[in-house]
Design a protein around this ligand. Structure first.
Ligand code: ITT
Length: 194
């Protein structure tokens, strides 16, 4: 303990049920001990990922204390006015990638982006948000079996995220950018007390 604060700040709980996300984040935060903390939290109906993340992290702080983070992400398709966006999980579990491709079947405008928001709560209950975004296109068919979720239909630089390795995806993805921002914050704020 230092000034009443647990100085082992390099041990963090990542609240998620998604192993694909967990491995991506764990690889980027290799200097830290990351524990998968699969406890679930309410995801409110809101139009912004930030609002969903803030509500979730406050709930988690009340239930489990600090030193934890969550990550909320979504796929936003221009021609569908941002759908599935905050409903990405629901869309993935119901219509899936095939359903998304069907919605865009005769569509030439296939622009889409992934967005990621990380909400972190420290030992004292202070909350910080970090974000990342990657712009790409929806493919015409599912390609590749790497990654998870929408990866086989998200085209970036001529290949889908389903065709590239985890390390490659981490260099260009929404989550990669958000986690690197988070890492910079952790390195600046906590490394010196270890
Ligand atoms: P949590 O337990 O962490 O909430 P989740 O899978 O429900 O896991 P999200 O709500 O953040 O995560 O994700 C919404 C949906 O978007 C979900 O179906 C994911 O599979 C999908 N998704 C998120 N990031 C993705 C990525 O990098 N590549 C492909 N699909 C992704």
């Amino acid at each position: 303990m230092k000034n009443g604060v647990d100085i082992n700040m390099n041990r963090l709980r990542f609240v998620t049920s998604n192993k694909g996300k967990f491995y991506e984040v764990k690889s980027l935060l290799a200097d830290y001990e990351i524990e998968m903390f699969n406890v679930g939290y309410p995801e409110i109906q809101a139009s912004d990922l930030e609002d969903v993340a803030c509500y979730g992290i406050r709930y988690l702080w009340n239930e489990y204390g600090g030193n934890l983070f969550l990550e909320d992400s979504g796929l936003f398709i221009h021609k569908l006015n941002g759908f599935p966006g905050v409903f990405s999980s629901y869309a993935q579990n119901t219509i899936g990638n095939r359903g998304i491709l069907k919605l865009l079947s005769d569509e030439k405008d296939r622009r889409a982006y992934f967005k990621s928001v990380i909400a972190y709560c420290d030992e004292k209950g202070s909350i910080k948000l970090f974000g990342g975004r990657v712009d790409g296109f929806i493919s015409y068919e599912e390609v590749g079996d790497e990654g998870f979720g929408f990866d086989p239909i998200f085209l970036y630089d001529g290949r889908t995220f389903g065709e590239i390795s985890l390390d490659d995806k981490n260099k260009k993805s929404h989550r990669g950018f958000a986690v690197n921002e988070f890492k910079r914050y952790l390195d600046n704020n906590f490394k010196e007390v270890l």
